[in-house]
Write a protein of this length. Structure first.
Length: 498
């Protein structure tokens, strides 16, 4: 069996292209070449302006973006440099232009606040940066806007007007109250101590030498009546004086019919006056003249009704001129000593009504008057002593008792605000006034009297103005912080040494 192989056909020879097609390709190549050459020459004749960035994919340069503010790391945008540099991997820092910062989207809540001037440290407002950055703890610097440091003189030195949105007011518990006209009464409440009325104290003095023969009052606190015997005094001088008086009476009677009648009367008058100076009662002198009986003892009696508050003798004691065996105090009227502070003095005057209550006598109120105001202020307590006079017919008010004294002073109308709204700024008092729309302005005020939980404002506020009463310390901190930022912004920057 024979196999026949057919010979392979020879490849058909390639037909040459048409002349017209070859001419089109050549023309297109020449056009592209001339176009590229034109662009190359134009780029050399008209270079891009300084600071412009090259266009994408070799396109035309973009318009001038402005001044280069700083350079940012290509790997970490938070790492910046004021000059061109490379990172650890050899990559160039990327320039950040002014248009890049101005064109950024505003931060949430920054609408209407104006341009960002600088950035401040959240921990120390005095540490600032012209660019966004973080502190050593990783906290972002806080942007400071134009509206926050608007050039205006602060109403209070060291403080500035602030704005707090309603949500934040609710969060910190901020409340306000109006300044209203009200009755500024002059009532002063203080602690009082019952004391002896010093005008009702009597000391029993002895004016002749002698001995206590009998003692009729022999213990402290004993109540005595006016004219009641206290003790009897044996004195040889007293006995001699009685005899001289009787002798003068006889002499005057003998001379009554002669030319020496006047001399006799002088003797009687002198002897009688001597007895009277020794506190011998007139009734006792008359008895001596009628009976002619000389008494051995001189009986001394109480000059007032009261209680024995001092006793310095016992029966048999010897006494002499100038000594005081007894002290008698009238407790039918007493004083209440009360201390008044300097701001309270303008409300009280002598004659002001006073009330006094004690825990020992619940339900009872004693009424009296201011009898005396001490002209000298106590430098240690910074108070003035006031003496209030009260009737004490039954002896219920005992010296040494403590109680509450209420003094009714002068009443008047005044502007009142809650005491919580007042802040002590050292040399002056400050309140924060609500201006509406979340704006709060610090204001210096002059204060007057304190009336319970309210304080009188003499100047600095008008009736109806709203003042911050709660969270005032937080508002004050924010105000002082803003004032410090304004001062930092107004201070010219120091040149950095190369």
């Amino acid at each position: 069996m024979s196999i026949a192989f057919e010979p392979e056909p020879e490849p058909e020879p390639r037909k040459p292209g048409s002349p017209l097609k070859m001419l089109g390709v050549l023309t297109l190549g020449l056009a592209v070449g001339f176009s590229a050459a034109g662009l190359f020459m134009e780029s050399h004749e008209h270079p891009a302006p300084s600071g412009s960035r090259p266009g994408p994919a070799g396109g035309p340069a973009q318009p001038d973006p402005g001044k280069i503010l700083f350079y940012r790391s290509p790997m970490d945008p938070k790492v910046t440099s004021p000059t061109p540099k490379k990172d650890d991997m050899g990559m160039d820092y990327v320039p950040v232009y002014a248009s890049d910062v101005d064109g950024q989207a505003p931060a949430p809540g920054s609408a209407g606040k104006g341009k960002i001037l600088f950035y401040r440290s959240p921990m120390d407002p005095k540490v600032t940066s012209p660019t966004p950055k973080q502190d050593e703890m990783g906290m972002d610097y806080v942007p400071v806007y134009e509206s926050e440091v608007a050039a205006q003189a602060p109403p209070v030195a060291g403080r500035a007007t602030i704005t707090i949105d309603p949500d934040r007011q609710q969060l910190i518990g901020l409340t306000t109250a109006p300044a209203v006209m009200g009755n500024v009464n002059g009532t002063v409440t203080t602690v009082g101590t019952v004391a002896v009325d010093q005008t009702r104290v009597r000391k029993i003095n002895v004016k002749v030498d002698g001995f206590i023969d009998k003692l009729f009052v022999d213990y402290l606190g004993m109540a005595v009546a006016k004219g009641q015997p206290l003790f009897s005094l044996y004195s040889p001088d007293f006995v001699s004086s009685q005899r001289e008086y009787l002798l003068a009476l006889k002499t005057a009677a003998a001379l009554s019919k002669g030319d020496y009648q006047a001399s006799g009367d002088d003797l009687v008058r002198a002897a009688r006056e001597r007895l009277r100076l020794w506190d011998v009662p007139d009734a006792e002198i008359e008895r001596l003249a009628k009976t002619g009986q000389v008494e051995k003892d001189l009986v001394l009696r109480s000059p007032i009704s009261g209680a024995v508050t001092a006793k310095n003798v016992v029966q048999g004691s010897r006494v002499g001129p100038g000594e005081s065996p007894f002290e008698i105090t009238d407790l039918s009227r007493v004083w209440v000593q009360a201390a008044l502070y300097e701001p309270e003095l303008s409300r009280i005057h002598v004659g002001s009504r006073a009330e006094f209550t004690l825990q020992a006598l619940p339900g009872r109120t004693f009424e009296g008057r201011v009898a005396f105001l001490d002209p000298v202020l106590d430098p240690q307590t910074r108070t003035v002593n006031a003496r209030l006079a009260f009737a004490n017919p039954h002896g219920d008010l005992k010296p040494g008792m403590f109680g509450t004294a209420v003094i009714r002073g002068r009443d008047q109308q005044g502007l009142l605000i809650p005491l919580d709204a007042l802040l002590d700024a050292g040399l002056h008092k400050v309140v924060f006034v609500s201006l509406g729309d979340g704006h709060f302005e610090p204001r210096t005020v002059t204060v007057g009297r304190t009336v319970g939980e309210q304080v009188e404002i003499l100047s600095g506020l008008e009736s109806g103005e709203q003042v911050v009463t709660r969270a005032s310390f937080l508002v004050d901190s924010e105000s002082r912080l803003k004032a410090a930022l304004a001062q930092v912004a107004a201070t010219p920057a120091r040149p950095v040494k190369p």
